[in-house]
Design a protein around this ligand. Sequence first.
Ligand code: ADP
Length: 489
Amino acid sequence: MAPATIVAGLGYVSLRQWETAADQLFREQARDVAAMATEKVEMMLRHAEDAFLDRLQVLLSGVGVDDRTLDELVAQSRLVRRLYIFDRRGRLLHPTAWRDDDAAVFRPLLAQITPGFWDRGGKREVVSRGEVLLVALLKSHGEPVLVAFAPDLDALREDIFEATLGGLESPTIVAILDHQGRPVYSRASLDRAERVLSVTFREGLPSWSVAVYLPPGASPRQTVRRQVVIFTAAFGALLIVILAGLVLAWRLMRREAEMAQLKSDFVANVSHDLKTPLSVIRMFGETLEMGRVTDAARRQEYYRVITRESERLSRLIDNVLDFSRIEGGRRTYDIVPTAVEPLIRDTLEAFAYPLAQGGFKVETRVAPDLPEVPMDTDAVGQALANLIDNAIKYSRHRRAIAVDAVLVHGELAISVADEGMGIPAEEQRKIFEKFYRVGRSETQGRRGTGVGLALVKHVAEAHHGRVTVESQAGAGSRFTLWLPVRGDA
Ligand code: ADP
């Protein structure tokens, strides 16, 4: 977590620095673009104006200049929308009368022309009533005349702006704004575009400006923001992975600890289970050996106890050995068609003594028409023995056991039911895990190693079958071993 946090911190700082640097660089580039654009436009405009003025001067110097020739010149010059010529006293020389409402625009302009300009001559731009007018002093037969013309907006757009800015290679949008800041021309739609900066013209179009816009979503800040979002998401994913790893490691550790506890319980349980029958056998053996038992019936009883306890010992040892074979992957099964009824009968017989001694009522119901079922007889017999052994071990006052064998949807179901202590629902899945024993204190009094049901489950699965349990705490349990009847199942 600590390295991840440091990486995140460093990443964040460097992204912020990058953001500022990218922004600065971008602004510089935009300023260059704008400066270049203004220069180009100014130059182009100057050329066009000079060309027009030159032609006008030629006309004015010639003889026989009249309104018609001047109108023709204006009509030929796309850039010029309106042309007015005044003499030094402010009299209108051309045209003979004001057209439309031009007087409102052109008359006030005379007030802005100083006597100095009349003497010096030259060319300048004047803004009159919001319109840019170009004013120049020309000579008509030795007399200075003031020439003023209003440029044509469409010609400006097409011949000057488009010609100079149209081919500009830049991810930004370059636009021309008039003196009120309204876009007059732009290379692309300015909708939602963000103004970066603007540069005003120095000549040609006073108080007009070239502005650089960013198309929506293209600002370097936004690009960096996107990176920040991606970075944050990636870091979040990394954190989640780390957290998941921690949780997983913690759970694994807990499981390992539980397993270690279960294993040590298992060792204690096995030793205890081995010791008890051994000491019984030894005690009865010694008693018999000393010849102290004279009563034949008692002697017979002692022999039976010895046999039963050694049977129990063998079962226990078989279980542990099989379990260790299963764990080591060495358990093999010899699966052959087997009659079910004798198998159940033989297995129950092995428990005849403990069942009788415990006063158990045993009910066996084997369906009469059962086919032979492919199985490893010893393994299934051992699984069944484990289920019966459990039914005996975990019964309390109601001592009744029912063993059933029926066919259900092509499967043989052998079930062992008791009316004993039952298993709480939340434990029912865990009891099939190795070494697991329900609530140690409750089963403590009963001998067991916790591998019996794990073995049953393994046997069932080795036959492509399964084992299920239905149980209610306090009411009893029914374990069912399901085996497929067809060998290829
Ligand atoms: P164990 O050697 O403890 O009997 P098993 O694997 O055979 O080990 O059983 C696991 C646990 O399942 C037992 O400890 C017991 O708590 C529970 N259990 C098994 N069979 C029954 C049953 N018939 N009735 C109640 N609880 C049972």
